[in-house]
Design a protein around this ligand. Structure first.
Ligand code: NAD
Length: 359
């Protein structure tokens, strides 16, 4: 369970507060109205809830805000935990009228817009991916402006950087000349996010995620997917053929850290969000060789081989490590997982999945 002890569970909190008769009536009402205003009055829409991030973020949002206050949507069915654990709708974010209908019917105040075609898949269908990635964001931004929504989260990516960007400790503000359709769409999206904030006051918030690593849902067609697949194959076959070369360093982040960062930037006061395009988040940088070594220490005999494909060129155009000091200074970004700890949790999680028959 993500962040089990780090955030208040509302029902436990209410029970505790209401148990103390010595707290004056006024104090109780004050606390209750503050929380009701900040949390319960928020109705959240997640777009892309069946994906790698959405499937975990939706559950964490429901834990914090209450299941009925988080409406999960995707163009395809999601895991039962999501469809049965709270409101769920099949929704194509490109269908503008249906999107408006879902938002107004559910009195939505915040949107987490996660639907996108990721880097590897986008290179196979450039125009269709551009259309999905950009039109969906424009639909969400326009709707947020028209209906005066409180906040919008939309993730960017390290793919906004390109071959001319400094690759080590890539700064927050630097050269950005992406050469993939995915990167171009993310960079354009960042500019639109900032534009809607400055021009219309739409409170959009964003992180440039590095490669995200989790065992709960399969990775969605990105260049960093190898760092998820490798754990499955290590336990399934004891070996893995990697589509990137052994010394390809890329920044990555364990899902628990990514979800915490996402909710942290959404919960911080608007004044702290000084970057209105998207914030760098660093996570941990490692190569396929290093992740293989860390797996070998826990799965003796594990073997890796290398057969780089078209994703090698994408990876070669991205940063090897990221400087996220601006996010740390502005709203207190924290990241707790290193490679050994992540490997331990990933192997444990995949093992449990296998033994429960949920491959
Ligand atoms: P994913 O591919 O696993 O999930 C995306 C979800 O969006 C899928 O469930 C898909 O069915 C849904 N979707 C696609 N088209 C849709 C449409 N027209 N209407 C409604 N839903 C639609 O992706 P993810 O890894 O969960 O990524 C989520 C976001 O984070 C994306 O914006 C992605 O670019 C960004 N991101 C992800 C990573 C990563 O490593 N996973 C890294 C950087 C940025």
């Amino acid at each position: 369970m993500i962040l089990e002890n780090s955030r208040p569970n509302l029902s436990v909190f209410f029970d505790t507060i209401l148990c103390f008769p010595t707290f004056g009536q006024n104090y109780q009402s004050y606390i209750l109205s503050t929380i009701i205003h900040k949390k319960i009055m928020e109705k959240i829409l997640v777009i892309g809830c069946a994906g790698q991030i959405g499937s975990e973020l939706t559950l964490e949002l429901r834990r914090i805000y209450g299941a009925s206050n988080v409406v999960a949507t995707d163009i395809k069915p999601a895991e039962r935990e999501i469809t049965e654990g709270g409101p769920f709708e099949i929704l194509d974010v490109l269908e503008t009228h249906r999107l408006f209908g879902t938002v107004s019917r559910n009195k939505i105040t915040q949107i987490y817009h996660l639907a996108a075609i990721l880097s590897g898949n986008a290179e196979k269908k450039p125009l269709a991916s551009w259309q999905i990635n950009m039109e969906s964001l424009m639909n969400v931004l326009e709707l947020s402006r028209e209906l005066s929504l409180h906040k919008v989260f939309w993730p960017s990516s390290i793919a906004v950087f390109g071959p001319t960007t400094p690759r080590q400790k890539t700064p927050q503000f630097t050269i950005m000349e992406p050469n993939t359709v995915y990167g171009i769409s993310k960079l354009a999206g960042e500019r639109w996010l900032e534009y809607y904030f400055k021009k219309y006051g739409v409170d959009g918030r964003s992180l440039r995620y590095p490669g995200l690593i989790s065992y709960k849902t399969e990775a969605g067609g990105g260049t960093t997917d190898y760092a998820v697949e490798i754990y499955y194959e290590a336990l399934r076959n004891g070996s893995y053929e990697c589509f990137l070369s052994e010394n390809t360093y890329l920044p990555m982040m364990f899902m628990e850290d990514a979800i915490k960062a996402t909710i942290d930037i959404m919960e911080t006061d608007a004044a702290n969000v000084k970057v209105r395009s998207s914030y760098n988040v660093a996570g941990i940088s490692f190569s396929p060789k290093e992740i293989a070594e860390s797996i070998k220490s826990q799965v003796p005999g594990f073997e890796i081989s290398y057969k780089p494909d078209f994703r090698q060129a994408i990876a070669d155009s991205w940063p090897q490590s990221i400087d996220d000091s601006v996010a740390v200074a502005d709203w207190g970004l924290t990241c707790t997982y290193d490679l050994p700890r992540m490997t331990e949790v990933m192997l444990q999680g995949v093992k449990e999945k296998f033994s429960a028959g949920r491959e």
